[in-house]
Design a protein around this ligand. Structure first.
Ligand code: NAD
Ligand code: S2G
Length: 332
């Protein structure tokens, strides 16, 4: 059997982690033959709760889990780590603004970036889930300069899954029949869910989503708004931020990073911009990517019409603003 993979989960006593840890532990992400060491990080006041989570993980008696470490010290958690799910951050509650979250959370990613920089493997693959996810990932990368920037990503897969599910439901097909939906930009209400390049399998025939839906007005308005506002709608209904679906999306993201995308299909991930599609270099922007040999590359050459251009630029503008505020917060 292979050596155990060292997998960090931060915010390990929280609600997303409670779903995430079970899926990771039973092999949904790194495969059914990959043994795991789980490195669980949370803050000191949460150690008792975290111990309860550890007890439950033990009691699942999953053969792949070779060791579990629960700690409040980022340097212990990140030591020689191969992969990290960065979930530990405050979620937005009803009535809170995004800006409140940025102030509260960005420093966490500065400190944990510094710790990863010192002790993690340089090949560590990091997904940031904690909000504002794109900007937190950018900050974490800035404070971990010895780790390649391509190893830092943020999660927009939940938005992709939400968009895919909306289209599948509209057309009465299975979720798996819808491919290549794109999320451009920020994991926020300015994101641009784009189906112009997406396909759907209808009765064994592949057609474009716009052709299948035959309702441009829906695709340009209600569809986009529903996906952009879905996180807020879940908070309103549950009085808590999405957790089961967020954990599933984090698993999908990391699984595809390790195992690659299929054929010509692509998935959306927040990655560091190299200027592709006219987006400012250095922003953590969600793009369509293909993945081979654990390396993502931005899908190039997609036609961008005026409608898409405006939406892509609007979400980039929000990310620029967020990054400037985050840098000011970190340097204060
Ligand atoms: N990117 C996405 O699609 C997406 C989706 C859903 C939620 N989120 C975000 O994920 C984050 C976590 O959500 P949740 O519902 O699990 O929240 P939660 O409050 O249930 O859990 C968060 C956990 O993080 C811990 N934590 C706080 N500071 C920490 C630190 N410095 N180090 C380690 N752990 C720390 C808390 O103690 C808590 O246990 C939130 O920021 C939320 O907005 C992102
Ligand atoms: O805070 C929000 O509005 C969204 C929370 C979370 O990121 C989600 O998308 O469900």
């Amino acid at each position: 059997m292979a050596e155990p993979l060292k997998v960090v989960v931060t915010g390990a006593a929280g609600q997303i982690a409670y779903s995430l840890l079970f899926s990771v532990a039973k092999g949904d992400v790194f495969g059914p033959d990959q043994p795991l060491e789980l490195l669980l990080l949370d803050i000191t006041p949460m150690m008792e709760v975290l111990n309860g989570v550890v007890m439950e993980l033990m009691d699942c008696a999953i053969p792949l889990v070779k060791n579990i470490v629960a700690t409040d010290d980022p340097k212990v958690a990140f030591k020689d780590a191969d992969a990290a799910f960065m979930v530990g951050a405050m979620p937005r509650k009803e009535g809170m603004e995004r800006k409140d979250l940025l102030k509260a959370n960005v420093r966490i990613f500065k400190a944990q970036g510094q710790a990863a920089d010192q002790v993690a493997k340089k090949s560590i693959k990091i997904i940031v889930v904690g909000n504002p996810a794109n900007t937190n990932a950018c900050i974490m990368s800035k404070y971990a300069p010895s780790i390649p920037k391509a190893n830092f990503t943020c999660m927009t897969r939940l938005d992709q899954n939400r968009a895919q599910a909306q289209i599948a439901s509209k057309l009465g097909v299975s979720n798996g029949d819808v491919t290549n939906v794109i999320i451009w930009g920020n994991h926020s209400s300015t994101q641009f869910p784009d189906v112009a390049h997406a396909s759907v399998n209808i009765n064994g025939k592949k057609v474009t989503v716009p052709e299948a839906v035959k309702n441009d007005n829906y695709l340009k308005n209600e569809f986009i708004k529903t996906v952009q506002q879905r996180g807020a709608a879940v908070i309103k209904a549950r009085k808590l931020s999405s957790a089961m679906s967020a954990a599933k999306a984090a698993c999908d993201h990391m699984h595809d990073w390790f195992f690659g995308t299929k054929g010509n299909d692509f998935v959306s991930m927040g990655v560091i911009s190299d200027g592709s599609y006219g987006i400012r270099e250095g922003l953590m922007y969600s793009y369509p990517v293909r993945i081979k040999n654990k390396t993502w590359s931005i899908v190039q050459g997609l036609d961008i019409n005026q409608f898409a251009r405006e939406k892509m630029d609007a979400t980039a503008a929000e990310l620029t603003e967020e990054l400037e505020a985050a840098l000011a917060e970190c340097e204060a």
